[in-house]
Ligand binder design. Structure first.
Ligand code: GDP
Ligand code: MG
Ligand code: ZN
Length: 340
């Protein structure tokens, strides 16, 4: 279940003071506008692929460089956003189009700078799958990061998935053990004998979906994308994520169409993933069979382990949450433990 988008995210026209504008002012007509999907954002320039969605965009579809119309200047526009553009949408060198509308989003993945600073950044729009990428070693898994990104996914109504890389160097046992209690699928993507990342377990989860890859720098996101999307040409290896120096597209978020259908978003290494914006009830909402019971919780219940009067314990004990209720409640509480 998706969370409704809060006010500061959504563009709202300034309330016009009564009588301050002539009533005859005509609204612009965007019926000729070309629809597209934002694939990257870089200092006020948006790259947009024309088409209703990336999956149906042909390999030759032009990437149109856009600015946004003045009336959208407070509106965050991020990769995955569905927009419409006017002006020169040929994508030819030196041309510039203008984004004039942004469609309502189905999901919004966001992070706070840290847990005490609720300044939010929208990472990607309209994703339905979050692939948290972790290496078994080099770099070592960051357990806090895995937990927190999983919580953010549930909060946003996005299905989380953990992709484990570098299993050729070290087994995935510890990652599996750590997540044995949490309802998150784990797939292994280490190099095969030919030195290429294995994508057979991952691909079925991405096909016809809109996925975003998140993970620390160096875990192998771009390596995976290059394997999944022939010609993606994402820079891998020694890229300085701080200064953005290094090779071309490495420092920016980029959405790419998958040949099998769907699209996948590569992100630069994200070090912190604050959860100041997440509220417990929206995480609970991802556990549909447990949600009805919370109606009997005291107001403001955190639903955490030992929360006084929390109705979830009795609900699970009654069997109404189903045979896996106990395991699901442990999973939920482990995630909620990240919010305190
Ligand atoms: N042995 C091994 N090396 C990998 C694997 N995946 C990625 N690498 C290497 O790890 C380094 C970082 O990969 P990169 O894709 O740039 O990571 P990103 O920062 O997450 O995009 C590169 O040198 C890759 O060749 C893997 O599964 N096994
Ligand atoms: Mg990368
Ligand atoms: Zn409760």
């Amino acid at each position: 279940m998706g969370r409704t988008i809060t006010s500061e995210e959504e563009y709202r026209p300034r309330p016009s003071r009564r009588g301050s504008r002539p009533r005859t002012k005509r609204r612009p007509d965007y019926s000729d506008a070309v629809r597209g999907v934002v694939v990257s954002v870089d200092r006020g320039r948006y790259r947009v692929i024309a088409g209703d969605d990336l999956a149906s965009a042909s390999a030759e579809a032009p990437v149109v460089t856009c600015v946004r119309a003045a009336h959208l200047r407070r509106r965050p526009i991020v990769p995955g956003d569905r927009v419409s553009m006017t002006g020169d949408t040929s994508g030819d060198d030196g041309t510039l189009a203008r984004i004039v509308t942004v469609e309502e989003r189905t999901t919004v993945l966001r992070r706070s700078s840290d847990d005490t600073d609720p300044t939010e950044r929208v990472v990607v729009a309209n994703a339905d799958t979050l692939v948290v990428v972790t290496a078994t070693t080099d770099p070592e898994p960051s357990w806090g990061f895995l937990d927190r990104t999983t919580v953010a996914a549930f909060d946003a109504g996005i299905r989380p998935l953990i992709a484990v890389t570098k299993t050729d160097l070290h087994p995935a046992t510890e990652v599996r053990d750590r997540f044995a209690d949490v309802d998150v699928e784990i797939v292994e993507c280490g190099y095969d004998a030919a030195g290429l990342p294995r994508t057979d377990a991952l691909l079925p989860h991405l096909t016809d979906r809109q996925s975003v890859l998140l993970g620390h720098s160096g875990v192998g996101k771009s390596t995976l994308i290059n394997r999944l999307v022939p010609g993606a040409d994402r820079a891998t290896g020694e890229v300085n994520e701080n200064t953005g120096t290094g090779r071309h597209t490495s420092s920016s978020t980029w959405a790419l169409p998958l040949p099998q259908g769907g699209w996948v978003v590569d992100t630069p290494g994200v070090r912190s993933f604050g959860l100041a914006h997440v509220d417990a009830d929206s995480v609970v909402a991802a556990f549909a069979e447990l949600t009805p019971a919370t109606a009997d919780c005291p107001r403001g219940c955190t639903h955490a382990e030992g929360a006084v009067g929390c109705a979830l314990d009795a609900w699970v004990a009654s069997g109404e949450a189903g045979p896996s209720g106990g395991r699901r409640l442990r999973s939920l509480r482990r995630l909620l433990g990240n919010l305190t």
